[in-house]
Design a protein around this ligand. Structure first.
Ligand SMILES: Nc1ncnc2c1ncn2[C@@H]1O[C@H](COP(=O)(O)OP(=O)(O)O)[C@@H](O)[C@H]1O
Ligand SMILES: [Mg+2]
Length: 255
């Protein structure tokens, strides 16, 4: 008889390594031959909470090709917002690195990151982050270097043509969310990160926003990275990634 007999422990270890490799291969096969828009390598994020170390992300790897539509799902507190902030260079990892369009962002200072974001990223915060002293129109004009007509067109596309001169405090949560979305997509970024973009919207408005985001993806090749609780939205993305125990698990056969 030929073939080596592998002891149980080593066999289990080998099997686990093979499964890991398989997962990596599945991800790579899907995105092969396209340039990467976003990559995270062995990302850790630890914070200190009441004197205790809290591990939010641990050994997280992620690769997103240009033009992909990605949904990131996971239970509340699983680290989705933390991950999105790290990918956009708004926060620093404890360890590991993030590459945007192949560029390692670690050596960039605040100004360098802001310039990179202005050049190729849009970000919709879960908490909107509108500037309270600016109107809806002025908020959307911020990243556009005063291109008023472009800002108005963006607000029209989210159904807020009648709210241009409203301040955030005079807008409902859903309206503020739509201003935040308009601000993020108006400059036509190559990569759009959105944290629960339909979280405050009714079903019909949410559907319009999803169609708008998908149209950007189809027309301009915008890479969409959407954190969502909405399984209908997740299922309409090209890939669904689940954040579990600080790592990404690719959900197969969901899309
Ligand atoms: N700066 C911080 N200090 C302490 N705990 C934090 C900090 N940032 C996030 N957390 C905690 O880390 C976990 C992940 O947060 P978050 O990324 O907001 O999760 P999600 O977006 O998936 O709900 C949560 O339990 C949150 O309370
Ligand atoms: Mg969150």
């Amino acid at each position: 008889m030929t073939g080596a007999v592998v002891p149980d422990g080593a066999a289990a270890q080998a099997l686990s390594a093979v499964q890991h490799e398989n997962n990596v291969m599945i991800s790579k096969r899907k995105i092969m031959q396209k340039p990467l828009a976003v990559e995270a390598v062995n990302l850790d994020k630890h914070v200190s909470s009441n004197g205790n170390a809290l591990v939010i992300l641990s050994g997280l790897d992620l690769a997103i090709a240009a033009g992909e539509r990605i949904a990131i799902v996971g239970s509340s507190g699983s680290g989705k917002s933390t991950l999105l902030g790290l990918l956009a260079g708004l926060d620093n990892p404890t360890q590991g690195k993030v590459l945007i369009q192949g560029q390692d962002i670690a050596p960039l200072d605040e100004d360098g990151r802001a310039a990179l974001r202005a050049r190729c990223m849009g970000f919709v915060f879960q908490s909107f982050q509108l500037l309270p002293t600016l109107t809806a129109l002025e908020n959307v004009m911020l990243p556009l270097q005063d291109a008023k007509s472009q800002a108005i067109a963006a607000l029209e596309r989210v159904g807020l043509a009648h709210r241009l001169s409203h301040y955030p405090r005079h807008l409902s949560g859903g309206e503020q969310q739509r201003v935040a979305i308009a601000r993020a997509f108006a400059p036509r970024p190559a990569i759009l990160f959105a944290d629960e973009p339909t979280g405050n919207l009714d079903a019909a408005t949410g559907e319009n926003i999803i169609e708008l985001l998908f149209a950007l993806n189809a027309e301009s090749g915008t890479t969409l990275v959407l954190v969502t609780h909405d399984l209908t939205l997740a299922n309409r993305c090209g890939r669904v990634l689940s954040l579990q125990q600080g790592r990404i698990v690719e959900l197969e056969g969901v899309a």
